[in-house]
Structure formats: structure tokens, C-alpha cells
Design a protein around this ligand. Structure first.
Ligand SMILES: [Zn+2]
Length: 345
């Protein structure tokens, strides 16, 4: 790598946090902002930010937008920060947004793993893959390394030592979900990632088992209203277990805790298909972060535009959940269709 290219990569890494902090400043008193963890990264200490807007009443539904769990996948943070910026700037003039926020809580955690972002790694500075860090084992075969392992922090998919407490970043994510999302009767979460295949995917739990979740009817109904109102969308929506099983998935872990309390909490993952960016610009292969992020500016802009529709849909769907959440016979119908569509039953 040349010196100038190395400098550009370092700048891009530092930019994700700086960009987020600029927009937090702009939000000022209009947003509830706190630092949920401080993470050591070499000589530096990096903050994990959380920003909330809207009604604090636990009776109203909520949407949580998360990104940067895998530090290398910067595009996810760009997507969530772009949406946050738009919300903050619309606060001043958009009556529809003001009304939405009277009946909804919005939670943003755009850079869960700032140390990984700064170092350009998937794992956190301790070498732990946060999405393999939960104390939950897969019930079937997991792919080598990718599915999670306890052999070495020097290899991909490291879960951390058996029996150790969660990493600070995982603990922060769980705390935000437990305090802001789980106490509510209805909440959606979206965790933004990149790096898997050619197409954009929306995954729902489980990752640790091929068994369906208890709220399959709700996921199927949500998919239905999205597909009917956005006929030309390009997402593949499916359970993560259709692709591979994994140990230690934090969303599986949190989903199970919510389900035990009878709350409807649907944690979704957006996996942006980064290989299409590589295909259009093969030089991206010369840079490790080129496998996970579009490196050409107009392509970054296109990615941001494309996913705004999905984020905006989730906000509307959460706010209106009482209108489309299936009950009684409709719930059974949704479950039957979902089992046919996703589980081959
Ligand atoms: Zn990822």
C-alpha cells in the first residue's frame, strides 16, 4: 500500500466517529444523548454513543437502529448516521415527523465497535467478534471460523473465553436494548452489516438454530406489508439460519429474553451485498475494507439512498403496529404461510 493510500484508509476510519459526533452536536438538546461505554483502543479511549428521540413512555413502540458491530463494515454506520442526520434536520420543520415522535421512541447506536472501526477490523480491540460473544451455542454444524470459535483471538469469529463476561461493547448493546426496547409492548431493531454475497438481505432470528421463532407470524405480516407497498424492492427477507448457523449471536440472545416476557421484539439484520461493489470496481479487492465498503463516492450515495426507504418503512411499521399485527385466526394463517415460505413445511 502506498503512503497516500494508507493515509486515505486511516482518514476513512477516523471519519466514521467524527461524522457521528458532528451530527450529535447538531442535534444538541433536541436529542437524548449518552455515552454507554468507553473502549480502550491502543493509546486512545473511544466512546460508544447512543442517541434517542421521541416519546420516553414505555407504552409506545420503538425502533432501534444499530451499526458498526463489525468495525470494518463502515457502510452500515454511514447508513444509520445518514438517517439520523435526516431526522435531526427534519425536526425543525416536519410536522409529520413531530407527530410520529409523539407516539414512538427512536434509538440510534450507529457505532457499536469504535475500536474495530478505528483499527479496520471486524473484531473489537480484544480480538472478539461481538456477534459471536453471547453465551448461546448453535444446535447444529457451524461453518469453520465464521460460525464462531474459542481457539484464538488471532482467528476470525473469536467468541472470547468460555464463561467470561460479555465484552464492554456487547454489554453496552444489551443494556441499550434492555432499557430502551424490551420494556415496550412492540419494538423493532435493525443491525446494519455488509460483506455477505451479491444481494441485500434482511435476516431475522434465529442464527443458532433452524427452529422458527415464536413471532414468525409477526415477521411474515411485516414482510407482507413491505412487499405489498414496495413492489420493486430488492431485498431477500429470510431467517439467518437459511444461510448458516452461528454461535453467540447477540440478537438471538436478546430475542429469547424478550420472548420470555411476552413482548414483541423483532431484531432484524441488514446484510448489504458488498460483492456487487467489488464486481463494478475490481480494484476494491486490493484493499481489505474494499470487500466490505463501497469505495467510490457515487456508489456510497446510492447505497445510502437505497436503504433510507427500508429504515423509513420500519419506523412507520412500528408506529402503526396495531393496524397490521395479526391476531387469532390471522396469526395462524401468517404462521402457516411463513412455515411454507421459509422452512419448507
Ligand atoms: Zn457484519
Amino acid at each position: 500500500m502506498t503512503a497516500s493510500r494508507r493515509q486515505r484508509t486511516a482518514d476513512a476510519r477516523a471519519d466514521v466517529l467524527a461524522d457521528l459526533e458532528r451530527i450529535l452536536e447538531e442535534g444538541g438538546a433536541a436529542v437524548d444523548h449518552r455515552v454507554v461505554a468507553n473502549v480502550a483502543c491502543g493509546e486512545q479511549t473511544l466512546p460508544v454513543h447512543v442517541v434517542c428521540l421521541g416519546n420516553r413512555d414505555p407504552a409506545v413502540p420503538a425502533v432501534g437502529l444499530f451499526a458498526g458491530v463489525h468495525g470494518l463494515e463502515r457502510i452500515g454506520t454511514h447508513v444509520v448516521v445518514a438517517f439520523l442526520r435526516s431526522v435531526i434536520r427534519r425536526l425543525r420543520w416536519d410536522d409529520t415527523l413531530q407527530r410520529q415522535l409523539e407516539a414512538l421512541r427512536l434509538v440510534f447506536m450507529p457505532l457499536v465497535n469504535p475500536g474495530g472501526a478505528m483499527r479496520g477490523t471486524r473484531a473489537n480491540p480484544n480480538g472478539v467478534d461481538l456477534m459471536r460473544n453471547a453465551p448461546l451455542d448453535a444446535d447444529g454444524h457451524v461453518p469453520w471460523l465464521v460460525g464462531g470459535q474459542r481457539i484464538s483471538a488471532g482467528l476470525p469469529g473469536y467468541r472470547g473465553p468460555a464463561g467470561a463476561p460479555l465484552e464492554a461493547e456487547s454489554r453496552a448493546l444489551c443494556e441499550v436494548v434492555e432499557t430502551e426496547l424490551l420494556p415496550r409492548p412492540f419494538a423493532l431493531a435493525l443491525d446494519c452489516h455488509s460483506g455477505f454475497g451479491m444481494i441485500d438481505r434482511i435476516w431475522f432470528p434465529y442464527a443458532h438454530t433452524r427452529r422458527p421463532i415464536r413471532h414468525l407470524a409477526e415477521v411474515h405480516a411485516l414482510t407482507g406489508i413491505f412487499e405489498r407497498s414496495h413492489a420493486h424492492h430488492r431485498y431477500v427477507i429470510e431467517p439467518q439460519s437459511r444461510n448458516y448457523l452461528a454461535h453467540g449471536d447477540l440478537w438471538d440472545w436478546l430475542y429469547r429474553r424478550a420472548a420470555a416476557r411476552e413482548a414483541v421484539f423483532l431484531p432484524l439484520t441488514l446484510e448489504m451485498g458488498s460483492w456487487s461493489w467489488v464486481r463494478k470496481n475490481p480494484r476494491q479487492l486490493l484493499r481489505r475494507d474494499g470487500l466490505f465498503n463501497p469505495l467510490v463516492e457515487h456508489r456510497v450515495q446510492r447505497v445510502l439512498r437505497r436503504h433510507v426507504t427500508w429504515l423509513d418503512f420500519l419506523v412507520r411499521a412500528a408506529a402503526s403496529h396495531a393496524r397490521w399485527s395479526p391476531r387469532d385466526a390471522a396469526r395462524e394463517r401468517e404462521t402457516t404461510h411463513a412455515l411454507q415460505r421459509w422452512y419448507g413445511r
